[in-house]
Design a protein around this ligand. Structure first.
Ligand code: COA
Length: 257
């Protein structure tokens, strides 16, 4: 565990918390590297059936890349920072279990991009979200230009990016940027309910569902359908598939691995 990224795991639910509250959890290189390492740990060393990403602050999920650090970067250093940001967002997107972004406050720039790479986004009513980079003379650089429009649609993405808009949770929900909004002090409970439910589901089925859904953006329909067929039939080699279908036939609740 690093000073700025915490990991906690219990009953298949792993929670990673970015914790740099004096900078509203802004991601400097050390924090971003720690996040990369912690995601690897969550994947390889814990039995993570579901992963939660959140920020340790009353006000912030992640207030973005570290602007002070960026103010002095050369082109070569910026390239390395972007590559690191891409490795982290890819690791979230490809994490072999559902990832929920619990957006407890500000999620700007790179913070918004971390959330976009997650499978599901639940926002506190206090959240304020935006791809604000144009206001800094740059563009989203950790996947935002690609993932945002896939989630909210092309026109909305252009509006958000061009105007560097900071939108509240209600607007984020109306744009489809977050799946649901909850009262600030109910965020943990709501996410707890979701993770509890997901952790009980058959893990190979969830993992395959995520992989197949990710393919929507990676391939043409024909290749995506081929991929889906392969994953689908592969699950017939798992105990969970037998248990899930036999439990239905026997009219009882399944007992998944
Ligand atoms: N990078 C580096 N430092 C940041 C930061 C970031 N992205 N976001 C906030 N901070 C720092 C502030 O500089 C401040 O540091 P200080 O106490 O040494 O002055 C501290 O975090 C608290 O932020 P502050 O601005 O005082 O809080 P606020 O409540 O008035 O405003 C925000 C909060 C999030 C609205 C404001 O900090 C902000 O707009 N941040 C930039 C967001 C952004 O554009 N991110 C995208 C980067 S790609």
């Amino acid at each position: 565990m690093s000073d700025t990224v915490e990991i906690e795991a219990s009953e298949g639910v792993t929670t990673i918390t970015v914790s740099r509250p004096d900078r509203l959890n802004a991601l400097n290189t050390a924090t971003l590297q720690a996040l990369e390492e912690t995601l690897r740990e969550a994947r390889d060393e814990y039995e993570s059936r579901v992963l939660v990403l959140t920020g340790a602050s009353e006000d912030a999920f992640v207030a973005g890349a570290d602007i002070e650090y960026m103010s002095q970067l050369s082109v070569e250093e910026a390239q390395e920072y972007a590559e690191l940001g891409h490795r982290v967002t890819d690791a979230i997107e490809r994490f072999p279990a559902p990832v929920i972004a619990a957006i407890n406050g500000y999620a700007f720039g790179g913070g918004c991009e971390l959330a976009l790479a997650a499978d599901l986004r639940v926002a506190s009513e206090r959240a304020v979200i935006g791809q604000t980079e144009v206001g800094l003379g740059i563009v989203p650089g950790w996947g935002g230009t690609q993932r945002l429009s896939r989630i909210v649609g092309d026109e909305q993405a252009r509006r958000l990016v061009f105007f560097a808009e900071r939108i509240d949770a209600q607007d984020a929900h109306a744009y489809g940027l977050v799946g649901e909004i909850v009262a600030h002090d109910e965020l943990d409970d709501r996410v707890g309910t979701m993770t509890g439910e997901l952790a009980e589901k058959p893990k190979f089925a969830l993992r395959s569902a995520k992989e197949a859904l990710n393919q929507v953006h990676e391939s043409h329909l024909t290749a995506g359908l081929r991929y889906e067929r392969r994953l689908w039939s592969g699950l017939f080699g798992t105990d969970d598939q037998r248990e899930g279908t036999i439990a239905f036939v026997e009219d009882r609740e399944p007992d998944f691995e």
